[in-house]
Design a protein around this ligand. Structure first.
Ligand code: ZN
Length: 395
């Protein structure tokens, strides 16, 4: 067996983790902090790591990102899409994520993105839990409506993107269609509800329709909407027990592109939503692609940016680990009947403050009683005759 001793579970209690893995090893975690492993509640796996093929997004806008992805999308076979998805998942796993909600593009040729996601979900089930969302990147009516319906039938969750349609009326029809499919198939909805800077009324429209459980992805426009309206919308979100899923890395990169100064920030009102009792979770959304050219599949980077952009104080920042653990799990179980497995991530840090300062890779990821990823931060500064580990200076 492997014994990992001195693990600081949830930052409140030192304990040992015993793995019945046939080994005979003792590892000292030396008080490193540990949590239930992370959830990435909004990601597009099939187009992660595609920047070399798509080229850079020169304007930095969402439109250009979609166009660049759409240009290469249809040339990819299911096998090629699966390879991309698996590579992206390896990075997510390395960073302590073992639960992923993947939005698979239903506009891809023959809904290949959805098929590839579902196959990888099965093939990688020993390493990661995946919820597959059927997601119409360019709208339902700009692509093939029948293919979208077919994708929804085989997926776990119904996606949406009303602002992918050509106008507001079509956007509303789009929401009516996904709501009727939700009732017919008894599936929940996670819609990219809006992701620009201009206020929209798509959230209240969807929340006012008859449908199953709802998650509102992005909801960036309320950042620039008026307080009275937002207060009314938040009441409606709570009444429907809907969740909000924010992806700060991508939306902060894509938004504000049409503003001079002052520039809007491209992030939903995380702090206000939480303080008013809304369930908020986070996603990475994109990495190394035209939607977000940086990133390493590390959901801690998304948390770090949310903390900075929303000016969370230190106490809040530490509680916000819930956005990638507890709150995310609540949304996961509200939306599908299959439960996420109970895995553990040990951070390479003795506090969350330290983790958010160094952004260092995870010390260890344990799934179903096995170590599936590990790392350690090493390095020294050579100063005269001394060797100094810089991490020791801030611990
Ligand atoms: Zn997305």
């Amino acid at each position: 067996m492997t014994i990992i001793k001195n693990v600081n579970m949830l930052g409140v209690k030192l304990s040992n983790i015993t793995l019945t893995d046939g080994a005979n090893t003792v590892i000292d975690a030396e008080g490193r902090i540990a949590f239930p492993s992370f959830f990435d509640m909004h990601i597009h796996l099939e187009n992660a790591l595609s920047l070399r093929e798509t080229g850079e997004n020169d304007s930095g806008t969402l439109n250009e990102a979609v166009e660049r992805w759409a240009k290469i999308r249809d040339s990819l076979s299911v096998e090629e899409l699966k390879n991309r998805i698996k590579k992206a998942l390896i990075l997510e796993i390395f960073n302590g994520v073992t639960h992923v909600r993947n939005h698979a593009d239903t506009c891809s040729k023959n809904i290949n993105s959805v098929k590839a996601s579902l196959e990888v979900k099965e093939e990688m089930k020993d390493f990661v839990d995946i919820q597959v969302v059927a997601f119409p990147e360019q709208g339902i009516f700009n692509c093939n409506e029948d293919e979208f319906k077919r994708a929804v039938e085989i997926s776990d969750i119904i996606g949406g993107k009303p602002d992918g349609e050509d106008n507001e009326d079509l956007g509303k029809k789009h929401l009516e269609l996904i709501s009727s499919l939700s009732l017919k198939l008894n599936k929940s909805i996670d819609s990219h509800i809006d992701q620009g800077d201009e206020p929209t009324r798509f959230s209240e429209y969807l929340l006012g329709l008859r449908n199953g459980h709802i998650a509102l992805s992005h909801l960036t426009s309320i950042h620039s909407d008026n307080d009275e309206y937002v207060s009314r919308l938040i009441r409606l979100i709570k009444k429907r027990n809907a969740s909000v899923i924010s992806s700060p890395l991508t939306t902060v990169f894509l938004n504000g592109r049409f503003d001079k100064y002052p520039k809007r920030r491209g992030l939903t009102r995380i702090k206000q939503l939480l303080s008013e009792g809304v369930n908020v979770a986070l996603g990475h959304d994109d990495f190394q692609n035209p939607f977000f050219p940086f990133g390493f599949g590390d959901i801690i980077q998304a948390l770090w940016l949310a903390v900075l952009m929303e000016q969370a104080n230190l106490k809040d920042a530490e509680a916000w680990i819930d956005l990638i653990t507890r709150n995310a799990e609540i949304e996961w179980t509200l939306s599908t009947s299959f439960k996420p497995s109970e895995d553990i991530v040990i951070l390479d840090a003795k506090s969350l403050r330290e983790q958010l300062s160094t952004l260092s890779p995870r010390f260890m990821v344990i799934r179903k009683g096995k170590i599936i990823a590990y790392s350690n931060r090493s390095g020294e500064v050579l100063l005269n005759d001394s060797k100094i580990n810089p991490y020791d200076l801030i611990a």
